[in-house]
Design a protein around this ligand. Structure first.
Ligand code: MG
Length: 442
């Protein structure tokens, strides 16, 4: 075991210590970006997609930063975009001019924004904050104002084929210490559902699809789903009680009016929040949800850029903002969005699934620790072993909360040697089809 730990430590031996030793060899004003490297890797062979990581190298020996540009479903598009279109705008520039670089790269392609461009900027932003923290010898959260709290309330998901399955999952997570759990259930008689573990048949079909180079398919019908959800929470409140935060993710999979129905139907069960009840295209309907239900609403995991969702904030139409820091513009955008929310009493709940890398989870933690209006941080424990081989750190879970170690920068390094052992695997997003074989959003 000690040998294994030493081996893992050796993979990350150089960066921080070298950066610290070299500190002072150049003033921050003399720093220049000398290289931008892109690493695409799938440690753990996840069906959720590959990680796209960016390493920004400087002219100070040993000083570099890591960021996460992962955009599940468009990984190679982001990697190519970084290399071909972002890198030339960065070489020779001072990495300390973070805000200026963010703006420069945003305006660089005339046709700007969108998930590919914003994922690229997000990872670059994280890497620049990592560099800035290493230069200062401080964790990034110190540069953002310091700890506004000592640990972060967290939640994770459980899903099952029926209410009893979900109840067991909730109990398992409560036993691990979770104070808040997201609960998802299949439609009656259906094989799967959003955040419900696939059956063996589904797993095999998915594998066959990957091998055939086509996208796997899943069946989803919104109407029976909407009829099912309130019953799940009635069951859970009756069986696991009121001493647990429960939330639910509609994942933008319902029609606009069904979202209103859903928010009203679950109101008696006091959800922590209802997540993403509306598609971005249907956002006007959110006023009806507010007028007809007191269920707290969280929105925004597929918003790109700092401005998407701004009117939901300034009109106080949501209770939690949940941009994904890997798609909205990184740490810089996260702190700006949080600042916009603060006067409205809207709290943060940054998107934190397994298909963004531990680098992004560390970035989430730095922003969450430092903003006054933090609400909750999505985070799942139990990374595959390959993740620990590639990444030097992950947030630490303890009794329903997470925290990170006090290290300069983001406090995480990436072993390029280990990452190269887990090359790109094409993992197409599933096609969601209704029972009549019509298209539906994921
Ligand atoms: Mg979600």
């Amino acid at each position: 075991m000690i040998g294994r730990r030493r081996f893992l430590a050796s993979l990350f031996a150089t960066p921080l210590s070298a950066a610290a030793q070299a500190a002072g060899s150049r003033t921050p004003r003399d720093l220049k970006i000398t290289d931008v490297k892109v690493v695409v890797s799938n440690p753990g062979k996840s069906s959720l997609g590959n990680y796209v990581l960016v390493k920004i190298v400087t002219n100070q020996p040993g000083l570099f930063g890591w960021g996460d540009c992962t955009c599940s479903g468009s990984e190679l598009a982001v990697a190519k975009f970084l290399d071909e279109h972002m890198k030339p705008g960065m070489l020779g520039r001072n990495p300390m001019r973070l805000e200026d670089l963010w703006q420069t790269l945003f305006f660089l392609p005339y046709y700007r924004s969108g998930s590919v461009h914003m994922s690229a900027i997000s990872g670059i932003d994280m890497a620049l904050w990592d560099i800035k923290g290493k230069v200062a010898g401080l964790p990034v959260y110190e540069l953002l104002g310091g700890r506004a709290r000592l640990k972060l309330l967290t939640y994770t998901s459980t899903g099952g084929r029926d209410n009893h399955d979900v109840e067991e999952g909730v109990r398992r997570l409560m036993a691990r210490g979770y104070k808040v759990v997201k609960a998802q259930v299949s439609m009656p008689g259906a094989e799967g559902g959003y955040a419900v573990p696939p059956t063996e048949r589904q797993r095999e079909a998915m594998q066959q699809a990957y091998e055939g180079g086509v996208a796997p398919t899943e069946v989803w019908d919104p109407e029976p789903y909407v009829r099912t959800v309130a019953g799940l929470f009635a069951h859970l409140r009756k069986t696991v009680g009121d001493n647990i935060g429960l939330l639910h993710d509609a994942h933008e999979r319902v029609r606009a009016n069904q979202a209103v129905q859903l928010a009203k139907a679950v109101e008696p069960f006091n959800l922590f929040y209802l997540e993403d009840p509306l598609r971005p295209e249907h956002m006007d309907t959110i006023r009806q949800i507010r007028q007809q239900s007191a269920t707290p609403i969280a929105m925004g995991e597929i918003f790109v850029g700092p401005w998407e969702g701004l009117q939901l904030v300034t009109n106080h139409l949501i209770d939690y903002v949940r941009h994904d820091l890997v798609h909205c513009g990184g740490i810089t955008t996260g702190r700006k969005v949080a600042a916009n929310c603060e006067p409205y009493g809207i709290l943060t709940a940054w998107h934190g699934p397994g298909n963004i890398s531990p680098v992004a989870h560390m970035a989430n933690a730095h922003v969450s620790l430092s903003v006054p209006n933090f609400g909750i941080q999505e985070y799942s424990v139990g990374w595959p072993e390959a993740i620990h081989e590639v990444f030097s750190a992950t947030p630490k879970f303890d009794a329903g909360y997470i925290d990170i170690e006090d290290k300069p920068g983001l406090g995480i390094e990436v072993s390029e040697t280990a990452a190269s052992k887990y090359p790109y695997l094409r993992r197409l997003r599933p096609l969601i089809r209704q029972s009549d074989d019509s298209a539906w959003p994921y």
